[in-house]
Write a protein that binds this ligand. Structure first.
Ligand code: PMP
Length: 288
């Protein structure tokens, strides 16, 4: 039996799960989404993901045609119907069908899609060896455009940055903001370690407020590690003791080279390893 995908109240076989070519999600990237993980049958930080989804939708004035509780049920039902307990869930709200014009006023009913599947963002070996990354010339969208906090279906500038990474033989790219400060990676937040302190770009650096990032900041707090959320320069990434990325799909992954500069002697550093371990414990134990 194949994967079943939720679309507007019905479950369809993977190949039959379709939306209209007039959906503004397709035509204009007009919509919002979440990437969510379930571990051992428990959805990790479901409330935080639902809050972020509704905040993203509010920011783009999209009325999700379901309550937050109904959305939670869609997530758990989709996992259940597919018999998945360790999975990745993609929850999407699009503007829905409209005309061939930008106007969202022509889209009377937004669509909800929920896909549950497996995800392997990076090969397993990279968690042992660490990633090489480059700084992309493509900048993160600025605060003056669409707020980077909005997890919208418009990922084209991130895709351009990801392409730069892949063209350089790397899996990820660091994106700078309009001021040239470090923002985040194409699908992950970034942390550096310097002198025993954990440092990560703050929200005003133009980042998506990652749920994994938040969990790692909490874990660092519990370990007594000082955390700074502030502007981070490229120079600080080059001269960091350690560097790692966080994201729902990536979890915690070490970075060992940035623009050909070796970080942490080219091996995942001790604080990265500690926080990675603590994160693995957290996802296994939270809510158990
Ligand atoms: N930044 C961007 C641009 C992302 O798309 C994501 C999610 N893939 C993240 C950061 C990490 O956020 P989270 O930990 O909530 O998955």
């Amino acid at each position: 039996m194949g994967l079943k995908v939720y679309v507007d109240g019905e479950y369809y076989e993977k190949d039959e799960a379709k939306i209209s070519v007039f959906d503004h999600g397709l035509l204009y990237g007009d919509g919002v989404f979440e990437g969510i993980r379930s571990y051992s049958g428990r959805v990790f930080r479901m409330d935080a993901h639902i809050d972020r989804l509704y905040n993203s939708a509010k920011a783009i004035m999209l009325d999700i045609p379901a309550t937050p509780d109904q959305m939670k049920k869609i997530i758990t039902d989709t996992l259940e119907i597919n018999n998945l307990s360790d999975a990745y869930v993609r929850l999407i709200a699009t503007r829905g069908c409209g005309t061939l014009g930008l106007g969202p006023d022509r889209c009377p009913s937004p669509s909800i899609i929920c896909i549950a599947d497996f995800i392997a963002l990076y090969p397993k070996e990279l968690y042992e060896s660490g990633l090489e990354v480059v700084t992309a010339s493509t900048r993160r969208i600025s605060l003056g455009t669409l707020y980077p906090q909005v997890k919208s279906l418009n990922y084209l500038n991130n895709i351009l940055a990801k392409t730069e990474a892949l063209n350089s033989g790397c899996s990820e790219a660091i994106m700078l903001n309009a001021n040239g400060a470090v923002a985040e990676c194409t699908g992950d937040n970034i942390f550096i370690v310097k002198g025993g302190r954990l440092i990560t770009p703050d929200v005003s650096s133009g980042i998506l407020e990652g749920i994994t990032r938040e969990a790692v900041i909490e874990l660092a707090g519990k370990e007594g590690i000082p955390v700074e959320e502030r502007t981070v320069s490229r120079y600080e990434t080059f001269t960091a003791d350690e560097c790692f990325l966080t994201g729902t799909a990536a979890e915690v992954i070490s970075v060992i080279k940035i623009d050909q500069r070796l970080i942490a002697d080219g091996k995942p550093g001790p604080m990265t390893k500690l926080l990675h371990e603590r994160f693995n414990e957290l996802v296994r134990n939270e809510g158990a």
